[in-house]
Design a binder for this molecule. Structure first.
Ligand SMILES: Cc1ncc(COP(=O)(O)O)c(C=O)c1O
Length: 412
């Protein structure tokens, strides 16, 4: 069949065409995937059976007749969970269920942002958000992150500098609880200061909390949304990191004046209801027991990854032992360009996320990389890191030698 030429019909600003998927790399340290062995398949199957038997006929109605905010029992589960874990006092009516928290990004950005607007973000942050800003002509100003998350002094300087230029940022986007990619958790006193600063400049805070269930200790600081007294915080979360990303179920908690704007923009006639029904059925009795087991498994994989890096890279790989999550943010020696390392490693079947794709500052992130340890097996972690070190040595001369395991104690 001849190829019809759609190109002249594409509106200006269309993204470049997607590359065809050619399969997963053998050693995959990319993306925010979960551990396949930890998906509670059998219990989800039982939950699906029970909820379909009981309520399956309600699938005849858009949104299973629970309105545009999504399946009510799941919103009720979330309201109770958010109260217990994050200190958030909200009801099912304050929650909008969405198709993964990526849809939350689009609704929040759709409600608040126009081309030319400015937002403040953590300097190293989630690529999915940076891409959205780039595509929509939004200027993202990065504020450095230290071991306690977003640096408040730098945030104060940034807000003041923007004000001096008459720029009011539309929001501060932060991942305060297990930051992506750095893994940091912002302590309570810094949360208080962040909220004070934001409110003194009249800037809302966009809190992305999708990793907050994955803190090893099981204890997390209260959400910014819970601590706020101004109504200027929007909170989002997801079941992707605690249950499974392919379900595509996330949520927004926000004060009605702005939540109602997002509902008005959600014109997809509701997110998939079956996933919401199964999650509610599964989570209400089982979530609290599932998550600690998931955390233990992830922590074990992290330890395997840190040991493999120590063994293969020695002191050439610098990282902090993160308090939770699924990522390790690794600094390699300055001569390593991780965009190049990424290409060569991929050719050898090892996929990494090069730092510059996860930062507003490509120079700072040039020799950094993000490694996801949740989805590869422990054997794949060990083998993949050995191959990566070999490639890095050939391309950049570091690490100079392997089997530096004795250096581990020295570094930490
Ligand atoms: C910080 C952050 N926010 C949002 C998302 C998107 O998650 P979801 O699967 O809920 O769309 C991710 C996915 O990795 C993420 O890391």
């Amino acid at each position: 069949m001849a190829d019809f030429d759609f190109t002249p019909l594409l509106p200006p600003g269309s993204p470049p065409p997607a590359a065809k998927w050619t399969g997963s790399p053998r050693y995959n340290f990319t993306g925010g995937n979960n551990d396949p062995a930890q998906v509670p398949v059998e219990a989800l199957r039982v939950a699906a059976d029970a909820v379909l038997r009981r309520e399956g006929a309600s699938l005849a109605y858009y949104g299973v007749a629970h309105g545009p905010q999504g399946y009510r029992p799941l919103r009720e589960f979330l309201a109770a969970k958010l109260k217990r874990d994050a200190g958030i006092g909200c009801t099912a009516d304050d929650i909008l269920l969405v198709s993964g928290s990526l849809q939350a990004f689009d609704l929040i950005n759709g409600a608040l942002l126009a081309p030319g607007d400015t937002v403040i973000v953590e300097r190293d942050t989630y690529q999915g958000m940076l891409n959205r800003y780039a595509r929509s002509g939004v200027n993202a100003v990065g504020v450095p992150v230290d071991r306690d998350g977003l640096q408040i002094d730098s945030l104060a300087d940034t807000l003041a500098a923007l004000r001096a230029k008459n720029i009011r940022p539309k929001y501060i986007y932060t991942i305060p609880t297990v930051q992506n990619p750095t893994g940091t958790v912002m302590p309570v006193d810094r949360r208080t200061k962040l909220l004070e600063l934001a409110s003194s400049y009249g800037v809302p805070v966009f809190e992305d909390d999708c990793y907050s269930d994955l803190i090893w200790s099981g204890e997390r600081p209260p959400a910014l949304y819970a601590m706020d007294t101004t109504g200027g915080v929007i909170h989002i979360g997801s079941f992707s990191k605690s249950i499974a990303p392919a379900l595509r179920v996330g949520f927004i908690v926000a004060p009605w004046p702005i939540l109602s704007r997002m509902i008005a923009l959600k014109v997809d006639a509701g997110s998939g209801a079956l996933e919401q029904m199964v999650l509610a059925e599964y989570c209400t009795p089982r979530f609290a027991a599932h998550v600690p087991a998931l955390r233990r498994g992830l922590r074990k994989k992290l330890e395997t990854l840190m040991a493999a890096l120590d063994e293969q890279f020695g002191t050439a790989a610098e990282f902090d032992d993160p308090p939770g999550g699924i990522f390790l943010w690794v600094k390699l020696p300055d001569q390593v360009d991780t965009m190049r390392l990424y290409q060569s490693a991929l050719a050898a079947g090892v996929a990494i996320n090069p730092g510059p794709e996860w930062s507003t500052d490509a120079t700072h992130a040039r020799s950094r990389m993000r490694l996801c340890f949740a989805s590869p097996t422990e054997d794949e972690i060990r083998e993949g890191i050995a191959i990566l070190a070999d490639i890095c040595r050939k391309e950049f001369g570091v690490p100079e030698r392997s089997a530096n395991i004795e250096l581990r104690a020295e570094r930490r």
